[in-house]
Ligand binder design. Structure first.
Ligand code: ADP
Length: 272
């Protein structure tokens, strides 16, 4: 009897701990949702004034940048860069919310993925080289055609490679595209600062940033990887990370080859 009573008491404690843990997880998820909704509302309000602010600065620099006193030009450039940073944050947040609410779907288009991926990685080559890093791209032809949402693939590749540049101080970044088990596999590896094992489970959560990670620049929102995970998910794929502090990280994206979605509706017939 005593043994049984002990088991029952133990089960009650387990059940209570489980319920408390679940309530905590739900409260955190609710808080996350509230935070996203709040930022989404604010972001929406920021979008138009931000566009109106950045337009004239962009024009001024483009049209008369050469005639401006250097100090003024530098200040405008700084204002533009920071405004654009804010704009990226606003856009990422809005995109995030739209994906979460189920309003966004991947529209797959037949794409020469090796060529496109190499092009995208190449966009960040100059930044990598400026930072003293080597960037190699290995994207041989795939065994069969792939279809992806082009704009989403761009975000996936650019986010991962930009992070690799941001969190690597010496060494190299390798971007590889290939096929495994009938899936397209993208690997972005770096010889950067790495990520502590304890941080890995939450790495793809929104707003999650590794505390005290020695970054090249502390610019960041903690939204990049969360967005990557959502975009990969919209392609029916997965993203994982392997990392060792002080050695480097490898992010691996796997997506089905996919087939092009039904053609977009034909353009409206010209007015009679
Ligand atoms: P952030 O805007 O902070 O870069 P991300 O969602 O892209 O946001 O990344 C979340 C965190 O994951 C970063 O703050 C950084 O600490 C860590 N991280 C991402 N990519 C790498 C990488 N290649 N090497 C080391 N740490 C990384």
């Amino acid at each position: 009897h005593e043994l049984l009573a002990g088991q029952v008491a133990g089960a009650v404690v387990d059940a209570r701990a489980y319920a408390a843990e679940r309530a905590r997880a739900e409260a955190l998820a609710e808080l996350d949702r509230a935070k996203t909704t709040f930022f989404a509302n604010v972001s929406h309000e920021l979008r138009t004034p931000l566009t109106l602010l950045l337009g004239p600065i962009t024009d001024a620099l483009a049209e008369s940048g050469g005639e401006l006193p250097p100090a003024v030009r530098d200040q405008l450039t700084l204002a533009l860069r920071n405004g654009q940073r804010l704009q990226r944050l606003v856009n990422d947040l809005l995109e995030f919310v739209s994906i979460e609410s189920g309003r966004t779907a991947a529209v797959r288009v037949a794409t020469d993925l090796p060529v496109y991926t190499a092009e995208l990685a190449g966009v960040l080559r100059a930044a990598a080289e400026r930072a003293g890093l080597t960037l190699t791209v290995d994207c041989p032809p795939l065994p069969r055609p792939a279809a992806v949402d082009v704009r989403m693939w761009e975000k996936i590749v650019l986010n991962l490679v930009a992070n690799a540049v941001k969190y690597t101080f010496v060494g190299r970044i390798d971007v590889r595209l290939g096929a495994e088990d009938d899936r397209v596999v993208l690997r972005v590896s770096d010889t950067g600062v790495g990520i502590p094992a304890a941080e890995l489970p939450a790495l793809f959560e929104r707003f999650h940033r590794v505390a005290d990670s020695p970054a090249r620049s502390r610019e960041g929102t903690g939204l990049g990887l969360a967005l990557v995970r959502e975009l990969v998910g919209l392609h029916g794929g997965t993203v994982e990370v392997g990392s060792e502090p002080g050695v480097g990280s490898t992010f691996t994206v796997r997506i089905p080859f996919g087939t092009p979605d039904a053609a977009a509706p034909p353009p409206a017939s010209p007015a009679a």
